[in-house]
Design a protein around this ligand. Structure first.
Ligand code: RIB
Ligand code: CA
Length: 314
């Protein structure tokens, strides 16, 4: 039984690598890919979703959703790590941007069409999911599960000292999703930063003659250069691919039930995720949080998936 998913993302190089894995993985059916503002603005995020799907031309094309432009903000570190176009300055001209429905409507319609069947894999700020819940509150009883990249249990951020990027970009939406009754699994920075891909990953990417390989051989080397230049790292994090693997192969991860929330006001702590871990906590448990992973097996699974995407896109 293939798992049916919606991928909400802000491509973004790590988002695009996760899409490369998901669109060819035989274990899942990607029903929809919906764009959200985050690493890039709304128009670019919508274009990037279409660009990735056109370039990869997977066996089954998902529905696409467009990010709404009323949340446009731009963050320097995102442009530095992902390029001004979000895809390592790929410079690919797609055919004109097809008019798609707004992402939150695509999500709401897909969930209503298959109540209880769909997993949402949220790889960007949670704006669209919060909007979908706001437009159709009953959805919270119809979404099977959300697996999301975001937050930090130890409180060490990336976009700020305290906050992880996806929660920082839209803390109000993150709080709304955290507080919803949906079954949630959070994949925080504490775990995604355990896995630093070494530069020799490039030598293990699928051949450039394949559609997936041609795409990956552009975005991955860009990421390595950007991480070295802007973070001083000899390697890259692929946060969203790790989160996808948490959905596909949960046996490689360990989770703990936690009571989590998001700071929406703090001058220094906006977007910080807080977890009540007191012995006598009074916050209600509301999610599973990934606290550990088998680094070697997750890296191997991601590299196997990319190789398979290359084989399926010759
Ligand atoms: O903090 C990492 C997350 O923020 C990833 O999803 C990355 O793509 C950015 O969206
Ligand atoms: Ca992302």
């Amino acid at each position: 039984m293939t798992r049916r998913v919606i991928i909400d993302c802000d491509p973004g190089i790590d988002d695009s690598i996760a899409l490369c894995l998901a669109l060819f993985d035989p274990r899942i059916e990607v029903v929809a890919v919906t764009a959200t503002v985050g690493n890039v603005d709304a128009h670019q995020a919508s274009r990037n979703v279409q660009t990735i799907i056109e370039m990869l031309d997977p066996p089954r094309w998902p529905r696409m959703g467009m990010a709404r432009s009323d949340e446009d903000v731009s963050i320097t570190i995102a442009r530095e790590l992902h390029g001004t176009d979000g895809l390592g300055n790929l410079g690919v001209q797609i055919s004109e941007l097809h008019h798609q429905h707004p992402s939150d409507k695509v999500i709401a319609d897909a969930v209503r069409n298959e109540p209880g069947e769909l997993t949402i894999i949220a790889l960007g700020p949670l704006t669209n999911i919060a909007r979908a819940l706001n437009r159709d509150p009953d959805l919270s009883t119809m979404i099977d599960q959300i697996v999301m990249t975001g937050g930090s249990v130890q409180g060490i951020g990336n976009v700020s000292a305290a906050a992880e990027f996806n929660c920082f970009m839209d803390p109000e939406s993150a709080r709304a999703v955290f507080r919803s009754p949906i079954t949630k699994t959070l994949v925080p920075l504490d775990v995604t930063r355990e896995l630093i891909f070494p530069f020799d990953l490039v030598s293990r990417l699928p051949s450039q003659t394949s559609r997936a390989g041609g795409f990956l051989h552009h975005v991955v080397p860009y990421a390595f250069r950007a991480y070295r230049q802007h973070l001083g790292l000899e390697g890259i994090y692929i946060h969203d691919a790790v989160a996808l693997m948490a959905a596909l192969q949960p046996e490689l991860f360990r989770t703990e039930e936690m009571a989590g929330d998001v700071e929406t006001q703090g001058e220094l702590t906006r977007g910080m995720t807080i977890f009540d871990q007191r012995e006598h906590r009074d916050w209600r448990i509301n999610m599973d949080v990934v606290v550990d992973l088998d680094v070697i097996e997750v890296q191997a699974a991601i590299e196997r998936g990319l190789k398979y995407a290359g084989q399926q896109s010759v």
